[in-house]
Design a protein. Sequence first.
Length: 63
Amino acid sequence: MTEQPVWTETDSRDFLDLAEIAVPARAEQRRVLLDLISSERAGSSPVKSCWMQAGHAVCEGCR
């Protein structure tokens, strides 16, 4: 049996250090994504979005 690769906290820190290279235009992509989420949810309950340190979106009020 072969071992499956495991993503560690160190890998996450390394990725964040290289994020601008690994994910070009990261800030612009984040802004577009949040604008799309906000536009889609207009008229329904407000969507509160925040970005955790690892870059994962957390949406409260999403169904």
